[in-house]
Design a protein around this ligand. Structure first.
Ligand code: NAD
Length: 411
């Protein structure tokens, strides 16, 4: 994943004629932390060694910002790639952060609540010197949620001796979390459907949407899509997918998952595999689970005319080429899922100012930023005659490179 992220950067840097000194600085992360710490399960039998990571790609723009993922196979390369993508993403929507990402190599679905809390608090202590409200601000990602952010905030606050809500975003509103943060990434994806449809001459109303992944991003994308008048014909999670050509009852599927953990066994739809979901006849496909799912094996089967990337890096470089040949319109991750970091930025601003906004204000500002970012990227794609992913990278890299050049070199 890291090589893909760097390869993509190199290609675009060359296309833009980017200053080679700046390019050399941007292709590597500025700070990477690896920790290994002890962890005891509830049985108190063995002591396991758990690996954790925090990578800060760019400290030029302001504090760094990025999620923390808990996954059994997370590694330094993956976290470093995601930190780099966060840098471009923040620059595309114009929020004053550099990119970061963290990870803990553990399967959260196998942990009790107490175990999850212990892992979170210990990991936070391990990285406590590299994070801070003016330094590096974590957020939820794959396998983490509002509760994990609350424990992280509490651990940091205990350490410094007073409450520091601005240390994380995506925390519960009771602790200074922003209203509409939970829904922000999914909502942001759906805001872009009409513009994407317009770009290929399709009526952007009442479209058939299939969503891969039913966690924070996938679930709230499904809810937002239904509210916007689209038909969600399929959703999936790690246990498989559900399909109903007349539309899934999203609140009922959400309730099923709350009670049974997975979509498996959900009675009110047909069951399909994740691969079948990716190949469904639909207008819009939203991959919102894990990286690399649209690849040489699956890209040729995609029938959607539009892909809006909710997950980070859901399309491999080879998958991307196949989709481009087939003229599928892709709204790339660094633009499409930037709603999350945008409302995280709003949350940080509100925490720092200790002045909170209404839901209407938050959602209206999110919509304004997302739709403008789409227009900017789309204009670059037309003027430079490049695909949307390349155009988004040009916009993100240019903003960061301009900042780096004016800051100069220390000492
Ligand atoms: P999450 O843990 O809340 O949900 C992940 C979902 O994907 C779950 O439904 C899970 O069952 C499913 N899943 C996991 N592995 C799968 C597999 N192999 N096949 C099919 N489904 C699988 O995570 P999330 O926060 O929704 O994040 C999802 C993606 O979106 C990640 O790539 C993340 O980096 C990205 N993202 C998240 C946010 C955010 O605000 N949470 C913001 C931007 C990008």
């Amino acid at each position: 994943m890291y090589h893909d992220a760097v390869g993509q950067f190199d290609r675009v840097a060359e296309l833009m004629g980017l200053d080679k000194n700046v390019a050399a600085r941007l292709r590597v992360p500025q700070k990477s932390t690896i920790v290994a710490f002890p962890f005891r399960r509830d049985t108190y039998k063995d002591v396991e060694t758990i690996f954790g990571y925090r990578v800060q790609h760019l400290t030029t723009m302001g504090p760094t910002k990025g999620g923390i993922r808990y996954a059994p196979d997370v590694n330094l390369g993956e976290v470093a790639a995601l930190a780099m993508l966060m840098t471009w993403k923040c620059a595309i929507v114009g929020v004053p952060f550099g990119g970061a990402k963290g990870g803990v190599r553990i399967d959260p679905m196998q942990l009790s609540r107490a175990e999850l809390q212990r892992v979170t608090r210990r990991y936070t202590m391990e990285i406590i010197n590299v994070i801070g409200p003016e330094k590096d601000i974590p957020a939820p990602d794959l396998g983490t949620n509002e509760q994990v952010m609350a424990w992280l905030m509490d651990t940091y606050s205990q350490y410094v001796g007073h409450a520091v809500p601005a240390i994380v975003t995506g925390k519960p509103p009771a602790l200074g979390g922003s209203v509409a943060r939970r829904e922000a990434t999914g909502r942001g994806l759906v805001f872009l459907i009409p513009q994407a449809a317009n770009a290929i001459g399709l009526d952007g109303n009442g479209l058939d949407v299939a969503i891969h992944g039913f966690g924070n991003v996938g679930l709230y994308a499904a809810i937002a899509a239904q509210q916007a008048g689209h038909k969600v014909i399929a959703v999936s999670d790690i246990s498989g997918g559900i399909y109903n050509p007349d539309g899934i009852d999203v609140p009922s599927a959400q309730k099923w998952v709350q009670e049974h953990k997975y979509l498996e066994g959900y009675p009110e739809a047909d069951h399909i595999t994740n691969e079948q979901l990716l190949g469904l006849e639909c207008d819009v496909l939203i991959p919102a689970a894990v990286q690399g799912v649209i690849n040489t094996d699956t890209a040729r089967d995609v029938k959607a005319r539009i892909i809006i990337e909710g997950a980070n890096n859901p399309t491999t470089i080879e998958g991307d080429e196949i989709l481009r040949e087939r003229e599928v319109f892709i709204v790339p991750d660094i633009l499409a899922n930037a709603g999350g970091v945008t409302v995280s930025y709003f949350e940080w601003v509100q925490d720092v100012q200790k002045y909170f906004w209404t839901e209407n204000e938050t959602v209206a500002r999110l919509r304004e930023i997302m739709t403008k970012a789409f227009d900017d990227v789309y204009s670059i794609s037309i003027s430079e005659n490049v695909d949307m992913r390349t155009a988004a990278l040009i916009k993100g890299i240019k903003r960061v490179a301009d900042a780096k050049l004016v800051r100069g070199v220390f000492p």
